[in-house]
Design a protein around this ligand. Structure first.
Ligand SMILES: NC(=O)c1ccc[n+]([C@@H]2O[C@H](COP(=O)([O-])OP(=O)(O)OC[C@H]3O[C@@H](n4cnc5c(N)ncnc54)[C@H](OP(=O)(O)O)[C@@H]3O)[C@@H](O)[C@H]2O)c1
Length: 265
């Protein structure tokens, strides 16, 4: 697809992957709608894109309040009249044993990573159907393809996105609406620091995997390249991506190693 002048709505744009994507789409000549909860951070990102007010809209939102999704879409339509790409990227991670993780934390993660995500998609689809074109980009995770000890709910939320969007893709094909599922490996963001502990408190602890992960600018370039080529699915990361073929080809060994990892914690 050609990206110039396209209207792109990015969630989770106040930091990390979403912030880098905002700069990358701006460079491609797109008009942007940037969303997250922290308006001051969105303002900072807006300034760094160098886009003028007629080309960028700050739309603060909390994905937990996803009943408001149709209103958010109306605000975008009032400004730009169309939505060409929705980048459903906002999300929250979780750490802690399954048994210690409270139901409130489990529900919060699912509300943000799954129900909030699909609510935006369902609010945008009628717009794209009317346009007879559109792209839905969804940030899942390699943890949408296999589990990791102490990340049960997060992995469940990302697995759910695979089931939903792999099915939806086929429903939307007649309307010329494409779905691109993007599975990051370890990307150098604050995702670990921002993740929730079992009791709902914020972790505030980085992880070595995240610290040594791929830079967000590199990630953004790869995602945009996949979008331009109308890809349906892409993994983006470094050697951690080897876990995917490893699980498929040598499942017994894969589970033995994962088991050892969990005992080492
Ligand atoms: N970094 C990785 O290694 C990695 C790996 C696999 C998948 N991912 C996925 O990539 C996506 C982006 O994460 P990141 O790595 O860039 O981490 P990040 O820097 O922590 O960014 C998360 C973004 O989501 C937003 N967000 C969180 N809760 C929200 C809510 N309730 N409502 C609206 N926005 C919310 C945050 O903004 P506010 O706090 O301002 O709301 C922030 O902009 C997530 O879906 C994550 O699961 C990341």
């Amino acid at each position: 697809m050609e990206l110039k002048n396209k209207v792109v709505w990015i969630t989770g744009a106040s930091s990390g992957i979403g912030e880098a994507l905002s700069y990358a789409f701006a460079k491609e000549g797109c008009k942007l709608v940037i969303s997250a909860r922290r308006e001051s951070e969105l303002q900072r990102v807006k300034t760094s894109t160098n886009l003028t007010d007629d080309s960028i809209l700050i739309l603060p939102l909390d994905l937990e309040n996803h009943v408001a999704a149709p209103e958010w879409v109306s605000i975008i339509l009032a400004k730009f009249g169309r939505i060409d790409v929705l980048v459903n990227n906002g999300g929250l991670s979780q750490k802690g044993t399954a048994m210690q993780t409270t139901t409130e934390v489990e529900r919060k993660i699912m509300e943000i990573n799954y129900f909030g995500n699909i609510a935006l998609t369902k609010a945008v689809i009628p717009v794209m159907q009317k346009q007879q074109s559109g792209h839905l980009v969804v940030t899942t995770s390699i943890l949408g393809k296999f589990g990791l000890p102490f990340h049960t709910t997060y992995a469940a939320s990302k697995h759910a996105l695979y089931g939903y969007y792999d099915s939806l893709r086929m429903e939307l094909k007649p309307f010329n609406i494409n779905v691109l599922l993007v599975a990051p490996g370890f990307i150098n963001t604050n995702a670990s620091i921002n993740s929730l502990n079992a009791d709902g408190s914020i972790s505030n602890q980085d992880s070595p995997a995240q610290m040594n992960g791929m830079k967000t600018g590199v990630f953004a370039k790869k995602l945009i390249s996949a979008l331009k080529r109308n890809k349906q699915h892409i993994y983006i990361g470094n050697k951690e991506l080897l876990a995917i073929p490893f699980k498929m080809l040598l499942p017994k060994l894969f589970y033995t190693i994962m088991d050892k990892m969990s005992k080492g914690k």
